[in-house]
Ligand binder design. Structure first.
Ligand SMILES: [Zn+2]
Length: 296
């Protein structure tokens, strides 16, 4: 995706990887009719078949970088390289993420702030990198912002969350030990003020302290919705529980409210896991929604 200029801010996408997973494993309940409807505006022949049983959904994993008023803010830091993970698809990755960051014009030292929408392993991994056998902060000048609820939850190694806890140990703890981490409330304002700056918004459900990042600067409002919505098919089936939501009922309410707000407010949307250009706008489509990706 080409960088997008939105008022005073410029937004870049930094790609890490894509990974396909069986659709019904993530979203049990999607029907062939839903997929036909999705096909009307989401062309992904390598991904979406019309048979839910064989259909995969492919997640992109990427960061967003906001440039605003001389600040450079990185949102969600993907999986990271060389990390031991109990999930095979992300174990010992060796991706070109840092090269992609540089190609967008940024060295790790250029990042002033890292904001994690939530503390799942695929949103915190590049917080650290391996140096002489030790995990050190990848972005040595950055303030790293972590929401309090997720921090307090994952630091206790909660049952059933082992693959997030292993990421907490190598991607959050070293940042805190280096003195670069800051635990904040989920309505934290990162720059200036709500409506003219960058801020966190609570979006609890997918994880206990899951947030979105809002941003606006003399232009349309932008929403970096993290994992509130994972895949375009959820614009048609926002009612279905996502397999890895911590509180599925709360997550569903947040998903629906976010789609309504994005459509009615004509927000610029920056999903954490949509493929293609990822960024776009939500439109109402009868009782459902659809998504218009930005071009380029
Ligand atoms: Zn995610």
């Amino acid at each position: 995706m080409k960088p997008l200029q939105i008022g005073r801010m410029k937004v870049h996408k930094i790609f890490e990887m894509e990974s396909p997973v069986p659709l019904l494993m993530q979203l049990p309940g999607v029907t062939a009719e839903d997929l036909v409807r999705l096909h009307e505006w989401y062309a992904a022949p390598d991904e979406i078949t019309e048979d839910p049983e064989t259909c995969h959904m492919t997640f992109s994993v990427h960061s967003w970088v906001i440039e605003l008023d001389g600040l450079t803010i990185l949102i969600d830091s993907c999986d990271g390289n060389h990390k031991n993970r109990s999930i095979e698809a992300v174990h010992q990755l060796d991706t070109r993420y840092l090269e992609n960051l540089r190609a967008a014009g940024f060295a790790p030292e250029d990042i002033d702030m890292v904001m994690c929408t939530h503390l799942h392993f695929d949103h915190i991994g590049w917080n650290t990198r391996l140096e002489n056998g030790k995990w050190v902060p990848t972005f040595p000048r950055a303030r790293y912002i972590f929401g309090r609820r997720d921090y307090d939850y994952f630091k206790e190694n909660p049952a059933g969350e082992e693959f997030h806890y292993e990421a907490f140990l190598d991607s959050i703890v070293p940042v805190m030990e280096a003195g670069l981490g800051e635990i904040v409330e989920e309505n934290f304002v990162a720059h200036r003020e709500v409506g003219n700056g960058v801020w966190l918004e609570p979006a609890f459900g997918h994880s206990p302290g899951c947030c979105m990042v809002g941003a606006q600067a003399d232009g349309p409002e932008a929403i970096f919705w993290g994992d509130v919505i994972h895949h375009p098919v959820q614009l048609i089936r926002h009612d279905l529980p996502f397999a890895f939501d911590d509180d599925p009922a709360a997550a569903q309410l947040v998903r629906k409210a976010t789609l309504e707000r994005a459509a009615d407010g004509e927000l610029m949307c920056f999903p954490a896991h949509f493929r293609k250009t990822s960024a776009g706008q939500v439109k109402r489509d009868g009782n459902h929604f659809r998504y218009e990706f930005v071009t380029g």
